[in-house]
Write a protein that binds this ligand. Structure first.
Ligand code: C2E
Ligand code: CA
Ligand code: CA
Ligand code: CA
Length: 286
């Protein structure tokens, strides 16, 4: 008979193996999965903090894997990024999300706050480096009939900080067309605030880590000060501030008082199928 220690060791080993196989298996399965249409998009509403009306939605991709069930993006986006499949996958997400947004607009032309419903799409660093980014985006917009001003591309801070002028050029072109560029997960990386000025961004998405302490009231006064400072800076640079991970009403209220513009989080809605957002914005319009 084996000692307990021995079997524990073997168990840990087998687990590591399974993980490695899954990682490898997932990576090699990605291209066929895209062809077979195993990816789908959930939408999470973005809400105006002022009046609670729906501003738009963020597209969040999922993989309905035939063996493993529904996998979140953290399981496969890094793999797709590594192999380059993120380019066709990202293009599919963009095309599908833009088409969906255009459909919402034809159903409910205006959200209660007055503007057309908007769509936020995540862009990975590899997509940013791809020479066809601008051409593909223009083509997707033209084919759908969505106006460029209704699209917001979200890029993480780490993809942009330190970016040279060549890398920023396609973003500038998109921004000139009216596409919004959002700096996602703001505050998680090494934030060079002075750098913000030279980036063609119009939205800061404040990471959940800043707003987490406001779930319970009273919130940590230092976090409150930090958010206050970021909002003041962002507004002085004419950037809008979106907050992520809003899970409680108290948190929403505090972030509204601090001057944040839009919010996203479970307090309003979890990511869900496109019909749900349609229902939300309809309810909103009456
Ligand atoms: P992200 O862009 O920061 O997206 C926000 C994440 O927070 C989403 O996780 C969302 O489901 C989750 N979330 C929303 N509200 C709350 C809340 O109130 N509390 C908590 N705890 N979480 C909340 P998800 O869907 O698992 O996506 C994870 C990441 O995967 C995203 O982070 C984004 O970086 C990436 N991602 C998703 N879709 C795409 C895509 O189409 N392309 C690329 N390149 N990346 C994507
Ligand atoms: Ca995002
Ligand atoms: Ca984020
Ligand atoms: Ca994140």
């Amino acid at each position: 008979a084996k000692s307990a220690g021995g079997s524990r060791f073997e168990f840990a080993d087998a687990e590591a193996d399974a993980r490695a196989i899954t990682r490898h298996g997932l990576t090699t399965a990605l291209p066929a999965a895209l062809e077979r249409g195993e990816f789908f998009i959930e939408y999470q509403p973005l809400v105006h903090l002022g009046d609670g009306s729906v501003h738009g939605a963020e597209a969040l991709v999922r993989w309905c894997h035939p063996q493993h069930g529904v996998l979140g993006p953290d399981r496969f986006i890094p793999l797709a990024e590594h192999t380059g499949l993120i380019v066709p996958l990202g293009r599919w997400v963009l095309q599908e999300a833009v088409r969906q947004a255009r459909f919402w607009q034809t159903q409910t032309p205006y959200s209660a706050a007055g503007g057309p419903l908007r769509i936020n799409v995540n862009l990975s660093p590899t997509q940013l480096h791809h020479p066809r980014l601008v051409a593909d985006t223009v083509e997707v917009l033209e084919r759908s009939g969505l106006e460029p001003g209704a699209l917001c591309l979200e890029l993480t801070e780490s993809a942009l900080i330190g970016a040279d002028e060549d890398l920023l050029k396609p973003l500038r072109q998109l921004a000139e067309m009216g596409v919004d560029i959002a700096l996602d997960d703001f505050g998680t990386g090494y934030s060079n605030l002075a750098n913000l000025r030279r980036l063609p961004v119009s939205v800061l998405k404040l990471d959940r880590s800043f707003t987490r302490s406001m779930q319970q009231q009273p919130a940590d006064p230092v976090d409150v000060k930090i958010v206050e400072g970021i909002v003041a800076l962002a507004h002085s640079l004419e950037l809008a501030v979106t907050v992520e991970g809003v899970e409680t009403g108290a948190q929403a209220e505090q972030l509204r008082e601090l001057g944040c513009d839009t919010a996203q989080g479970w307090y309003y809605a979890r990511p869900g199928p496109p019909e749900r957002l349609h229902a939300l914005s309809l309810a909103d319009a009456v």
